[in-house]
Ligand binder design. Sequence first.
Ligand code: ADP
Ligand code: MG
Length: 248
Amino acid sequence: MTDARTPLVCVRGMRKTYRSGEGTLEVLRGVDFDLAAGEFVSIVGQSGSGKSTLLHLMGLLDVADAGSIELDGVRVDGLSAARRDRLRNTAIGMVFQSYHLLPELDALENVLAPLMVRHGVWEWLRARRRARDTARALLDRFGLGGRLRHKPRQLSGGEMQRVAIARALVTRPRVLLADEPTGNLDEATGGGILQTLGELNRADGLSIVLVTHDPTVARRADRIVRLAAGRVDDAPSPADLAARRWAG
Ligand code: ADP
Ligand code: MG
């Protein structure tokens, strides 16, 4: 059941241990995390603290050892690989530090790719005109209307990341998960990407989880949670701090 108070994303007791030749590495030791619909939250933590691991689990790219993930009040961990793929293609958008664009496709084709893989050939022939319009409109919005036929290697880092954001949004996801999206960009270009994310949150109500090791980047969100020693601490919000001061 969902109601207004059901978090959009609800993570409980998430555990993940990596096993390798030398032994085991307990990266997540019972993480609890909620994202309300329309929220923009940063998860901040040192390099190696498990931020990417957590984001990949929320993006259903990997499977935890224990714990649950609910999306809109529905359990989504433990689904078959096919159902996870379908959810990733409809409900979840992801953006990565190194963009992960397909090098042989141009900007427009990269953005269309998530829609193309949904359809069989005949269906795609019918759907593609509208899909192209949607993809073009997104690229236009991000200032890339003049770069539709550019391959990734012909684009700057900031342009590649904006193509990646357009690709993440073309499926109209419920939540955008961004893993160090400004990590390969200079400060000004990264600032532009963060501004775009802020606008998507404020103007479109897009729910966003941004993970970063950089506290300055993290502060662009409405709320910051800290990942350390395999667990999440909710940092007090400015409102909480003010309330504490009132309480003396
Ligand atoms: P962060 O994104 O916060 O830098 P990660 O989630 O990428 O951290 O990694 C957390 C820890 O888990 C690191 O010490 C990393 O080396 C280790 N790790 C990540 N992925 C794997 C894997 N597939 N196998 C083994 N160890 C891994
Ligand atoms: Mg990482």
